[in-house]
Ligand binder design. Structure first.
Ligand code: EPU
Length: 347
């Protein structure tokens, strides 16, 4: 087991933020994690689990021992009359895994094509796009308790999935999501149940437009995959070219009264009524309406084609990103009375 020291993290986070890890170990199996935990000195250190680094904002150097997850592998676990159950190692790239499932003839993940990051990070924030969330296709996951070394398996209910949320984003002390496993669990494998027969999930305006443009009436999973890739490439920055962490804020939920109040002042506000009676607002629209598109603070900026995405125009520091994020939060609050909550994990 190699403990790397003073590791530059710029290439290991999709925001390309300049920071370093004081120490880091790459883990390629459950046994590797257990080897770390069996070492008294390493076991005693606080730990930070790093996957694809696509949903974090490094606000400084990382003092905790970084466990870089490189657990690979993908396979069909079981085919029943109702579903294909497929499994992937936490270190697999999410998009490559989605593409592999389609090539193998196991459709169901196509709406979530091209989301940056690793398979292991996907359940942490319950990734979602174009009408499908990870929880809709989730079967179970395996993880290791970093305090005890114990292996355990969680089903969907135990993961306490919410909108861009799960038990892995909450600490036990916060008590707001069951167990609270933030900083405590390292996900090793994730299993997905891809329902049979496959049904397309359309209904998103962007997808409907693609169908109409191409004159398609019965979309295939492969076509949806391609459309989602095209839509994302057209409006989201490619992290290999411009550093970013996807949507920087969650879409906020308000009461119908609050929404009516905003509509009265800004009739163009974009909103979606939810099943529970509350209303979700498009944070990108709110930020755009405050004039932020294309603005910068130091090397950090607001993407010119999607105001919900903050980008790194050079060697931005976490400080610059957070200064920009706070300025956006203040202006949205002053104009709309809404507090935007960051979506990525702040490290
Ligand atoms: N809008 C603007 N100006 C902007 C950005 C957006 O007016 O600068 C408007 C758009 O015109 C649209 C609405 O806001 O009417 C919503 O925009 P969009 O369809 O791009 O989706 P979003 O709500 O900004 C969410 C997810 C994305 C996901 C897309 C598609 C969150 C926080 N973000 O974005 O997920 O890809 O829907 O399903 O829920 C991510 O989580 O990192 C992410 C990229």
């Amino acid at each position: 087991m190699l403990v790397e020291k003073n590791v530059p993290l710029q290439a290991l986070n999709s925001f390309r933020i300049v920071a370093k890890a004081f120490s880091m170990v790459r883990v390629a199996s459950q046994a590797d994690v257990q080897t770390v935990l069996a070492n008294a000195e390493l076991a005693a250190q606080a730990k930070f689990v790093l996957g694809g680094g696509s949903n974090i904002v490094l606000t400084g150097d990382v003092k905790a021992l970084v466990l870089k997850v490189e657990i690979m592998g993908r396979r069909l676990v079981q085919e029943t009359g109702k579903a294909f159950v497929v499994e992937a190692g936490a270190g697999e790239n999410w998009h490559d895994f989605v593409q592999w499932t389609l090539q193998q003839g196991y459709p169901g993940l196509e709406n979530m094509a091209l989301i940056p990051g690793s398979v292991g990070a996907a359940p942490v924030q319950n990734i979602g796009a174009y009408g499908v969330e990870l929880q809709d296709r989730f079967d179970s996951l395996d993880a290791i308790d970093l305090q005890t070394g114990r292996l355990f398996t969680l089903n969907a209910a135990q993961c306490a999935f919410g909108y861009r949320d799960s038990v892995f984003k909450h600490s036990a002390a916060s008590g707001s999501a069951g167990l609270g496993l933030a900083g405590r669990a390292l996900i090793t494998q994730v299993r997905f149940a891809l329902p049979k027969p496959w049904k397309p999930v359309l209904g998103y305006a962007d997808l409907e437009r693609k169908m109409a443009d191409e004159g398609v009436t019965q979309a295939t999973a492969g076509q949806i995959f391609q459309w989602v890739c095209d839509i994302r490439r057209a409006k989201l920055p490619d992290p290999r070219v411009i550093g970013n962490a996807g949507s920087f804020f969650k879409n906020p939920t308000v009461t119908p009264e609050q929404c009516a109040d905003i509509i009265a002042r800004d009739p163009k506000v974009v909103y979606y009524p939810l099943l529970d009676g509350s209303i979700k607002l498009a944070a990108g629209w709110l930020i755009d309406a405050c004039g932020w598109k294309g603005k910068t603070v130091g090397h950090a900026g607001v993407y010119e084609k999607q105001a919900l995405v903050l980008v790194n125009h050079g060697d931005a520091t976490g400080g610059e990103v957070m200064t920009l994020a706070k300025a956006i939060q203040i202006s949205v609050y002053e104009r709309f009375g809404i507090r935007l909550e960051p979506e990525p994990v702040l490290v």
